[in-house]
Design a protein around this ligand. Structure first.
Ligand SMILES: Nc1nc2c(ncn2[C@@H]2O[C@H](COP(=O)(O)OP(=O)(O)OP(=O)(O)O)[C@@H](O)[C@H]2O)c(=O)[nH]1
Ligand SMILES: [Mg+2]
Length: 232
């Protein structure tokens, strides 16, 4: 009985969240802005990747960040150094961002910039390998990171994020010489769950793979612009 009530509550929660996510996406679409939801377990390298991305692309694309963390503005402050609009959301006890929180972030963004002048909003989700993938926030693409230090089995044990990802970055590959981990096996395990994801091995430390990532970002933004022009 309790299980039935819990399941129904869960479905209602996800349904309400989905409506909020669709609402956020409608705003992004009206403004001609692409939005990525960047997700991983804690410490896989999301903020370092965003730092590299802001540094490399801020002269080519108009960027903004919505930064989700349970507490503190530590990551948000790291990103503010790149002179792009950064909004911090503290989720308190919640282990993921939801659509309502991101709607609040979007309104804060509107106070500090004209969203119609942006090309891309990067949402860094709370570090967690499970829950963020269940709650859409209005993104056009999901970007998941898995660091090589986490092991080959993680996609199979925690499949939801890997099934949903449009792009998977296998991070910290500079550490491979020091680990007993098979990067081919990581990629095969992801492929088994999600044959269509773009998989890019990267190291933010050495820069390997970052050019491919930047090209993927550009491609997504261009595709969205063309879709908007086509719909008018
Ligand atoms: N060796 C190596 N270390 C990295 C790389 N990328 C990130 N790191 C390190 O990994 C640690 C965590 O990086 P963050 O970017 O803060 O990770 P995060 O995913 O944003 O972490 P949370 O926001 O707490 O979930 C830091 O000490 C980084 O310097 C990389 O490519 N190679
Ligand atoms: Mg971070």
């Amino acid at each position: 009985m309790h299980q039935t009530i819990d399941a129904a509550l869960g479905i209602n929660l996800l349904h309400a969240n989905q409506e909020g996510a669709d609402h956020n996406r409608t705003h992004f679409d009206e403004w001609g802005v692409t939005c990525f939801n960047v997700m991983s377990s804690p410490g896989a390298g999301k903020t370092v990747l965003l730092e590299k991305t802001l540094a490399a692309l801020r002269d080519q694309l108009r960027l903004a960040v919505i930064e989700g963390d349970m507490t503190t503005e530590l990551d948000a402050n790291r990103l503010r150094a790149y002179d792009v609009p950064v909004v911090a959301i503290n989720t308190g006890r919640s282990c993921h961002l939801d659509a309502k929180m991101v709607a609040g972030g979007i309104h804060q963004l509107e106070l500090c910039t004209n969203p119609r002048e942006l090309d891309l909003v990067l949402v860094e989700n709370v570090g967690n390998l499970v829950c963020p993938a269940e709650f859409e926030v209005g993104e056009h693409a999901k970007v998941a990171l898995l660091s090589v230090t986490e092991g080959e089995d993680k996609p199979l044990k925690y499949p939801v994020m890997f099934q949903a990802a449009d792009c998977l970055l296998v991070t910290k590959i500079d550490l491979l010489p020091y680990l007993n981990v098979d990067i081919e096996q990581i990629q095969q395990n992801v492929r088994q769950l999600n044959p269509h994801a773009t998989i890019i091995p990267v190291s933010a430390q050495t820069g390997i793979g970052l050019t491919e990532w930047f090209e993927w970002v550009h491609q997504q933004v261009t595709q969205r612009c063309q879709a908007i022009v086509g719909s008018h």
